[in-house]
Design a protein around this ligand. Structure first.
Ligand SMILES: Cc1ncc(COP(=O)(O)O)c(C=O)c1O
Length: 422
């Protein structure tokens, strides 16, 4: 029966494992035969409060019994108002107008539509290695891998791509990478899309799907200055980096910059579908009423889960835990790097950590994939990322304990021993 159903699922989903999951609790998943897995994928950076946090579950159950759907064009509902109240305490102060939708891609679509109205300009700049979603617009804004676009081209026009300051890939130090990326961005504004035709620059404050790359702080501050000088709006896509993941509530705080628009999803509601675009009220006032919306955006149960998620993150000091456990994880991986030079780079912020595998300067994709498989067999779930899939990303829940990090490092060390020597 289960096999029949599995065979009836669309083959368009790329698959990572064949695990049939039964339940989740904290940092762990349990399959239908009771096997435990340490989940260091977090459903792709979603379950920041851990699987089925009791306070989030209680909020979902209570709201489901009261009101499931209260459509936002027709009604206001309390969970959305509560969520706005919670978000106001964590987003940059200047950002005070919230729009809700269901997925990350929808939030990015919304952000670009807002920027087009607010500026009256048509074009968008993104960075190489970016991932912003899988709709037609966000596919055009996604440059991490061709698999996300193949067979769908030509895509939405008016999207221009500048290099991300990926120091390790460029073989540069941070300063050189920042200078190179800024010079190329300025060249793009001279050669391909003039500032007065450019609505926004959309940046991931830590590159996600493209390889978990932390940009030099100098690049981010210069990006803010460039946007101020040109009237181009700066959109921070915090969909993967938000809600404590990087050891700050939002990653832009690491660089001391405030974007004009921020997109959020993934960790916002501990696994219920919800996303958000936040901007300044003066920009929101230029987003013409009725020109954007959606049936389900800001669903009552999802908003209740979101408000509970934010309270849990604050009450349980999960942002601080992300910073602390992130240091432990990064240190442990750097120790392994000394024994296994195929780990070319260990980088990250908080619990958004990457190990990039390279051999003789080339991406060691086979090794990275073999390690993910061996770790899975030993009970640790990991994911790869990067254009060449040669980066293993470490994204445990923010509730992860010191012992669980040690357990994961032990499993990974054994997987390295097996994979590299065999
Ligand atoms: C930075 C970023 N933006 C946008 C998206 C798209 O989000 P969704 O898959 O919810 O549409 C993702 C998903 O991985 C992401 O990491």
């Amino acid at each position: 029966m289960a096999t029949d159903a599995i065979e009836s699922l669309s083959p368009v989903w790329g698959r990572i494992t064949d695990i049939v999951v039964d339940r989740g609790e904290g940092s762990c998943l349990y399959d239908t035969v009771g096997r435990r897995y340490l989940d260091f994928t977090c459903g792709i950076a979603v379950t920041n409060t851990g699987h089925c946090h009791p306070k989030v579950v209680a909020a979902i159950q209570a709201q489901a019994a009261r009101l499931i759907h209260g459509q936002i064009n027709i009604l206001f509902h309390q969970p959305m108002l509560d969520l706005v109240g919670e978000l106001q305490t964590v987003v940059p102060l200047a950002l005070d107008s919230f729009f809700f939708s269901n997925s990350g891609a929808e939030a990015v679509e919304g952000a670009v539509k807002l920027c087009k109205h607010a500026t009256g300009r048509p074009n968008v700049i993104v960075f190489s290695g970016s991932f912003h979603g899988r709709t037609h617009l966000t596919m055009a804004m996604t440059t991490s891998k061709t698999v996300y676009r193949v067979g769908y081209q030509p895509l939405v026009p008016g999207i221009f791509v500048a290099p991300y300051p990926y120091a390790y890939r460029l073989g540069m130090d941070e300063m050189q990478a920042a200078e190179h990326a800024m010079a190329e961005l300025k060249r793009l504004l001279k050669s391909q899309t003039a500032p007065d035709e450019t609505a926004c620059i959309v940046v991931e404050p830590v590159l996600g799907e493209g390889g978990y790359v932390v940009p030099p702080a100098r690049f981010m501050t210069e990006l803010r200055e460039l946007c101020d000088e040109t009237g181009i709006l700066l959109v921070a896509d915090e969909i993967q980096t938000g809600f404590g993941r990087t050891g700050k509530f939002f990653a832009v705080a690491h660089f001391g910059i405030v974007p004009d628009v921020m997109t959020m999803a993934k960790g916002i509601a501990s696994g219920l579908p919800l996303s958000c675009v936040v901007t300044r009220k003066d920009l929101a006032a230029r987003w013409r009423t009725g020109t954007h919306g959606g049936t389900f955006g800001g669903n009552a149960v999802a908003c209740a889960a979101g408000a509970a998620t934010l309270r849990v993150i604050k009450e349980e000091a999960l942002v601080e835990n992300a910073a602390e456990r992130g240091r432990q994880l990064t240190l442990g991986l750097r120790r392994l790097q000394l024994d296994f030079p195929i780990i070319g780079d260990v980088r990250g912020l908080g619990l958004m950590v990457a190990t990039e595998f390279t051999s003789e300067g080339q991406p060691a994709t086979t090794t990275a994939k073999a390690l993910v498989k061996t770790a899975q067999e030993a009970g640790l779930l990991l994911l790869t990322c990067g254009t060449y899939d040669n980066v293993i990303r470490w994204i445990p829940p923010l509730v992860v304990t010191q012992d669980e990090i040690e357990e994961a490092l032990d499993i990974f060390a054994a997987a390295l021993d097996n994979t590299i020597t065999s």
